[in-house]
Design a protein around this ligand. Sequence first.
Ligand SMILES: [Zn+2]
Length: 104
Amino acid sequence: MRRHARMGVRGPSRPVRTCVGCRSRAAQSDLMRLVASSGAVLPDPAGRMPGRGAYLHADPRCWESAKRRRVWSRAFRTAQSLDTSHVDALFGGPARVGGAPGSR
Ligand SMILES: [Zn+2]
């Protein structure tokens, strides 16, 4: 069964946000909310933490891109550098490659 894409069936409010990593727009439900709190970027999967939020695809590439471009000052309206290790841990990536021995 195919649904007809009729005008107006999309509903009045399907929030769209911009991913801070790749800058593309996506449904809010497809993005992960991040908030800045106590000098750190924290994931907010429930979307209920207070404060200014930023949205990101749950994709390590978007995360890396956001970090590289230092989007926080604009996304969170802060000049301070934020601790991103919480989100690094979420993606499970080695954020700080301190020279892992024996990988060659
Ligand atoms: Zn993205």
